[in-house]
Design a protein around this ligand. Structure first.
Ligand code: NDP
Length: 504
């Protein structure tokens, strides 16, 4: 099967296969459809991979169904061994994975290596450890014994976004496999190469053919086919709220498959008057611009108490603008800010900045495109850079305050009382994350129980941990990735009533 040759850091080259990964083989898509993959930094065509459509998803489902009985029966300790092996192989090839994130998703190599790959391997190891510990309970019932078992759903679909493709895949893959399910992963069309590399390692680790199938493709065809498929019993989706609705509708009108939705957010970061301001400025600055703001838990609405507003804004502005000096090729050492994922995402974010100006918000800094000092980008396909942008003088009804921008754009709001900030922070349709900066334990506890969010960060921001559930409330979705709680979303309960026959 053909492969793409990619060039990583320091000119080191490596290959990833171009086919769909089905039953441990890389194969062409049935209709020979393909996807062109571009480097968002340079605009160069990285290569072409096969793109799955409905018939390919169906083939993957048939292969996964064949693998299901063997995988279900495989002892937990064997599943554990394979998941550990996969984690070790990802760690071994961390440089390749970091390079792939930089090449097709524009993510900063060093940040991916330090966070995404570390977390992805932690999560696989965490769930490897659960594979032989998923048990039910036993109880007395009238004239007999009741067994309550947790069983896998069967064939499951994993639909992945482009903004952290390996990490988010592992959030779903670990608990799905540990619970005895078999999977079809739909890689994102803009950043499919992590999935290609992962397929190689699944085969190398020795997973039985058909247990993990990976299909890059378009959402409207491959993604929709997963959501509608009559033999797929569960879909775990991460992406926008708008697409999440479509997945839920497709599930409802097909076979009522179970659905987990990790959707968008519009996180509030709250800086109280007793906060350590240097710490708050550090985390809120990172939390409003990391990965160019293309992060679902972004703390893009920053609420600062009157008494410390001016001091905070001063410290925050220094930290948030200095990264501009380190833009460039995300593959290179020393680069802190890469390009946006695509030209259309760039245009979308710039249109929100225009909307903010039009609505009368006051630009504190940013608001403009940046140009790579090396100036090597191909203007036709390179996505371009956007300066970290912050508005003040905003009101809660402005578009830039209400909608998820998914770019490096934040708003700073002044507040006086706890009641006021709770009301404003909760006024969002989203409920994914919130941060609180304070040294007062009572305030922290009052606020963290009053805020409507699946993730609450106290004196920090965006620090995922394999043993903590990750998910949202309200329009940010339902269900969990990570943490032991995720296993509930990958298993269904079976109650067995064992009637005791009268013996002789
Ligand atoms: P999208 O919703 O556009 O896409 C997510 C995935 O769904 C992609 O693989 C996409 O395919 C696929 N898809 C598109 N249409 C359909 C369809 N009709 N049926 C099934 N699948 C479909 O999101 P983005 O990729 O643009 O990711 C950004 C969004 O993801 C943001 O809103 C962000 O907040 C959210 N997100 C949430 C996270 C969380 O954990 N809560 C984490 C990360 C991101 P294709 O690749 O072709 O577009």
């Amino acid at each position: 099967m053909p492969a793409l040759t990619l060039t990583g850091r320091g000119g080191r080259s490596f290959e990833v296969p171009t086919g769909l990964f089905i039953s441990n083989q890389f194969i062409d898509s049935i209709n020979r459809t393909t996807l062109d993959v571009y480097n968002p930094y340079s605009g160069a065509l990285l290569g072409t991979v096969s793109a799955g459509e409905s018939a390919d998803i169906d083939l993957a489902v048939q292969e996964a169904s064949k693998a299901l009985p063997t995988w279900r029966r495989l002892p937990g300790t064997e599943k554990e061994r394979l998941l550990y092996r996969l984690a070790s192989l990802i760690a071994r090839d961390a440089d390749d994975f970091a390079a792939i994130h930089a090449l097709d998703a524009g993510m900063v190599y060093d940040q991916v290596r330090a966070l995404d790959i570390r977390n992805a391997t932690d999560v696989l190891r965490h769930f490897a450890g659960w594979a032989d510990k998923i048990s039910g309970r036993i109880t007395d019932i009238t004239n007999g014994t009741g067994y309550v078992r947790r069983e896998p759903f069967g064939v499951c679909g994993l639909i992945i976004p482009w903004n952290a493709p390996l990490m988010i895949t592992c959030w779903k893959l670990g608990p799905a496999l540990a619970s005895g399910n078999v999977v079809i992963i739909k890689s994102p069309e803009l950043a499919p190469l992590c999935g290609q590399k992962l397929g190689q390692l699944i085969a190398e680790a020795g997973f039985p053919p058909g247990v993990v199938n990976i299909v890059p493709g378009h959402g409207a065809t491959a993604g929709q086919a997963i959501a509608e498929h009559m033999q797929i019993r569960k879909v775990s989706f991460t992406g926008s709220t708008q697409t999440g609705r479509k997945v839920l509708q497709a599930a409802a009108s097909s076979n009522l498959k179970k659905v987990t939705l990790e959707l968008g957010g519009k996180g509030a970061s709250i800086v109280l008057k007793d906060a350590d301001l240097a710490n708050a400025a550090f985390w809120t600055s990172m939390g409003s611009s990391a990965n160019n703001g293309q992060i679902c838990v972004l703390g893009s609405r920053i609420y600062v108490q009157d008494e410390v507003y001016d001091d905070f804004v001063k410290e925050f502005s220094v930290l948030s603008t200095q990264g501009t000096a380190y833009i460039g090729n995300p593959l290179d050492a020393g680069v802190a800010k890469g390009p946006m994922i695509s030209r259309s995402q760039h245009a979308r974010v710039m249109s929100y900045i225009d909307a903010g100006l039009h609505e009368g918000a006051q630009l504190l800094f940013g608001g403009k495109q940046l140009h790579d000092p090396m100036g090597t980008a191909d203007e036709n396909h390179a996505s371009g850079f956007i300066a970290n942008t912050v508005f003040v003088g905003v009101t809660e009804d402005m578009e830039i305050v209400k909608e998820e921008i998914f770019g490096p754009v934040a708003t700073i709001h002044r507040f006086s009382t706890e009641a006021e900030v709770i009301q404003k922070a909760n006024a969002s349709e989203y409920g994914l994350s919130a941060s609180i900066f304070s040294r007062d334990i009572d305030r922290v506890q009052r606020l963290s129980s009053a805020l409507e969010a699946g993730q609450m960060f106290v004196n920090c921001w965006g620090t995922p941990s394999a043993n903590m559930p990750f998910g949202g409330t309200k329009a940010s979705g339902f269900g969990s990735d990570m943490g032991v709680e995720a296993l509930e979303g990958w298993t269904t309960l079976k109650s067995t009533y064992h009637w005791h026959m009268h013996g002789e």
